[in-house]
Ligand binder design. Structure first.
Ligand code: ZN
Length: 153
């Protein structure tokens, strides 16, 4: 018995090792935005032990990007007010996000109804226990289209 069990434990440990520390961790956030300027989540949780975080955005409405554009921007909560103000200044040509702004930790494309967009970024851009917010940077949306991004170990 002992010789049968030991190899399986070793195999299990080896699988844990090769799959990284992300087993059971939240590495993906699935968000939906609609024509009523709402996200489906007010809060999301990810784990800093993931290799990468994936944020998926689906626009479930019908309105075009110019009228009801949505994206998902992740930033430190104290940066959100300044970043969303500068996003409006950046204008439609820049997808309502200042290009190369270091306050943007990650951002999806700005999309319209029926479209989807994703972004992946290294999980170590986030710190466990840090204060992060996800929001839409389309003009006038950040006030309601936002939520807390909680980061666990
Ligand atoms: Zn929006």
């Amino acid at each position: 018995m002992r010789q049968l069990i030991t190899p399986s434990i070793l195999l299990a440990l080896a699988m844990l090792g090769t799959s990284g520390a992300a087993i059971g961790a939240n590495c993906t956030v699935n968000l939906e935005g609609n024509d009523r300027m709402q996200f489906n989540l007010k809060e999301a949780t990810v784990s800093a032990s993931c290799d990468e975080i994936t944020v998926n955005l689906k626009h479930t409405g019908n309105l075009p990007v110019a009228a009801m554009g949505h994206n998902v921007v992740i930033a430190k909560t104290p940066d959100v007010a300044g970043l969303s103000a500068d996003a409006i200044k950046a204008g439609a040509a820049n997808g309502y996000l200042p290009p190369g702004d270091p306050r943007t930790i990650a951002a999806t494309e700005m999309i319209g109804g029926g479209q989807a967009s994703s972004v992946r970024f290294p999980a170590n851009d986030l710190k466990a226990g840090g204060d992060y917010t996800f929001f839409c940077s389309f003009p006038g949306h950040a006030g309601v289209m936002k939520g807390a991004l909680k980061v666990t170990d």
